[in-house]
Design a protein around this ligand. Structure first.
Ligand code: PMT
Length: 418
């Protein structure tokens, strides 16, 4: 069992299940929470009961499921007894009620009676999700301190496609682990989190460089590696800004996430996030963009000869951050290579003036790396070259975060000695 999963042992989770086809996934979520050692109490709203039965929920959580207030102050007791509150799925209706302080059933009364930040996993039709009313409610809920996980893009039960699918139970479990990990640490011991008080920026995902209104130059980066690093830094106490290109992953819980599309937008967002102590550039930034962006879709030519597309070089964000007047104390880059991994990565580290490079092989056949859950990296610094062996991108994120924490601890000891 890893340290993060241990944080769930003996914790009491209050799970609110509201109406939505994704309610069936909450049954798996209960199973995962129980497996991690949690006590799970569930409130099933009227809407939720249309999709899963109280019997199946109570059988899995091994407690009577609550559907309405028994007039014994359930809403007060439940909110006080929980170590963390999770709402999955959170319907558009429940979000609207929460954002506006309505309390007309057990779920909403309990949520209003609580001062704990909840982890909210929305699920709804994509048009309902993108509606300004829902987005305003989400912003309000974030400003109250709640964390939102997902929703993700995919096919919907109604046959449409878009952003609105509830995050997978394993992702939600990870979100609640991170939230509890942070909140379970005594507030009077801020230094117990190794990166408490540190600030970090992380770039992740691809950039899309538009050619015309429908086409772009991009790449296969999924954001899995960069998002995992942002989440790990936050779980270790850092205040993290994640600047991500277009990906389908949910924003990591507890991280300020800024969405951009092009390399130029990514650079602007990075510079805006400065000063920070740590920068990790995991994004696969397009090296070039079309010299001109056409206002209209480029038409096929009558004679069949393809158009000439002139390219211009994009700003090198890692290099700019490494040479910035507000240079972060520690700048970490990645090197994606198809051959001569160590040699090319070392050359990149020196040329771009960053402190460390995580070098990985990328390709299309044996080791794709882009989009995969696992990676094989080498940490290259001015003095070392370590093979980290293949492991999950989450494990790499944790190991990198621990290396970063060690770096700052050693630096603090050295600074104190001088
Ligand atoms: O997103 P995933 O699917 O999880 O895949 C992870 C990954 C393969 C994208 C990641 O592990 C990785 O290697 N990221 C860097 C990809 C890359 O663009 O490498 P590069 O060797 O071309 O660039 C070297 C470094 O310069 C990188 O830190 C990159 O972020 C940075 N760079 C590159 C070009 C540019 N214009 N600006 C930059 O900041």
């Amino acid at each position: 069992m890893n340290t993060m999963t241990q944080t769930l042992e003996n914790k009491s989770i209050l799970l609110v299940i509201s109406g939505g086809i994704a309610a069936y996934k909450s049954l798996e979520l209960i199973r995962l929470l129980k497996k991690a050692g949690c006590t799970v109490r569930c409130i099933l709203t009227k809407g939720g009961q249309q999709f899963v039965t109280p019997l199946s929920v109570s059988a899995l959580c091994e407690h009577e499921v609550l559907t309405e207030d028994t007039y014994k102050m359930d809403h007060i007791h439940l909110s006080r007894a929980a170590d963390a509150i999770l709402i999955a799925p959170a319907s558009a209706d429940l979000l609207a009620k929460m954002a506006n302080g309505l309390a007309d059933d057990l779920a909403t009364a309990t949520l209003l009676a609580s001062d704990k930040p909840a982890l909210i996993a929305p699920a709804m039709n994509h048009k309902m999700w993108s509606h300004p009313a829902t987005q305003t409610n989400i912003e309000k809920l974030k400003s109250y301190g709640h964390q939102i996980i997902g929703p993700e893009e995919g096919d919907m039960a109604c046959g449409e496609h878009g952003i609105g699918r509830m995050s997978e139970p394993s992702e939600i479990l990870r979100g609640i682990e991170e939230q509890i990990h942070r909140s379970s640490l005594p507030p009077f011991l801020p230094s117990s989190l190794p990166l408490q008080g540190r600030t970090a920026l992380v770039t992740s995902g691809p950039t899309y460089e538009p050619l015309d209104p429908v086409r772009f130059i991009g790449n296969r980066s999924s954001g899995k590696q960069g998002h995992a690093i942002a989440a790990a830094l936050a779980a270790h106490g850092a205040s993290v800004t994640l600047i991500t290109g277009p990906v389908t992953l949910p924003d990591p819980a507890g991280v300020t996430t800024i969405h951009v599309e092009t390399a130029a937008e990514m650079l602007t967002a990075c510079e805006k996030a400065l000063p920070v102590d740590i920068a990790v550039c995991a994004a696969a930034v397009a090296d070039w963009s079309p010299a001109e962006q056409q206002d209209h879709k480029i038409k096929k030519r009558k004679r069949g000869n393809p158009p000439d597309i002139a390219l211009k070089e994009n700003p090198d964000i890692l290099k700019i951050l490494s040479n910035h007047k507000n240079r972060p104390a520690l700048v970490v880059g990645f090197a994606a290579e198809t051959k001569n991994l160590i040699e090319n990565a070392n050359e990149k580290r020196t040329r771009k003036n960053c402190d460390w490079i995580l070098a990985n092989i990328v390709g299309q056949t044996t080791q794709k790396t882009f989009g995969e859950d696992r990676n094989h990296v080498y940490l290259i610094t001015a003095s070392t070259n370590e093979d980290w062996q293949p492991m999950s991108k989450h494990a790499i994120a944790t190991r990198l975060t621990e290396e970063i924490a060690n770096y700052f601890e050693t630096k603090a000891i050295q600074d104190a000695a001088e």
